[in-house]
Design a protein around this ligand. Sequence first.
Ligand code: LIP
Length: 264
Amino acid sequence: MSLALELSELATEIAREAGELARTRRQEGVRLAATKSSLADIVTDADREVEALIRARLRAARSEDGFLGEETGAEGGSSGITWVVDPIDGTVNYAYGIPAYNVSIAAVRGEPDPRSWEALAGAVNAPALGEIFTAARGHGAWSDGNRLAVTDETPAGALLATGFGYDPATHEGDLATVGRVMPMARDLRRMGAAALDLAYVAAGRLDGYFERGLRPWDFAAGALLVEEAGGVVSRIDVDSSRPMLIAGGPDVHAQLVAILDEKH
Ligand code: LIP
């Protein structure tokens, strides 16, 4: 079995277990543990517990690998593989009881920096929606036994999604971006969970997605899903504090880049 498939199977198995833990904790009631970058950027006890579970399972299965997690940070490894983990992507949805949250687990090769890494495997599990999306480099993206494919034509305009992040100071700029993009859109969705937005692009449920300021764990698995489903993902302004991620089928991706990349 190829390394990518092996890693994808492990990511999927752990994402299933972690998703069940997240869902159980949600049913028991969520306790908010802290705020992070802004008042709206919350972390729940469950985020920490789920990340600890994922980290323990990975350490048991592949002790030489590195780890980069949203809640507990980075730890180097010696195998050249790093696991990039968001234990609960869409934490605000989770806290409010909106089912659009997920566990996102990716394995990347090379430096754990999205500017240079090569993603090999990814799993995005949305337990409250009953869906899991998986990908292995060179082996496609899959959900429930179905191979995923991005959309290629959008004659009535593109169904797009975006997110605004949690810092109120950035909302005005993000709304201005939305204004520039709307002429190519059929409509715009705002789900609040980046990995799920990307999984939906891979599944052809959205034609494209763009968001500024994502962190590596928000998109590591989802970006591979899109690429393995025949789509294109790029990041612009990568050296700024809020790089923009752009994903879609080849045509929609190109249209978004033409509108959003000033250097284009
Ligand atoms: C969040 C996202 C959300 C995005 C935020 C944030 P978290 O992840 O998925 O859609 O707009 O910037 O990154 O913090 O809930 O794991």
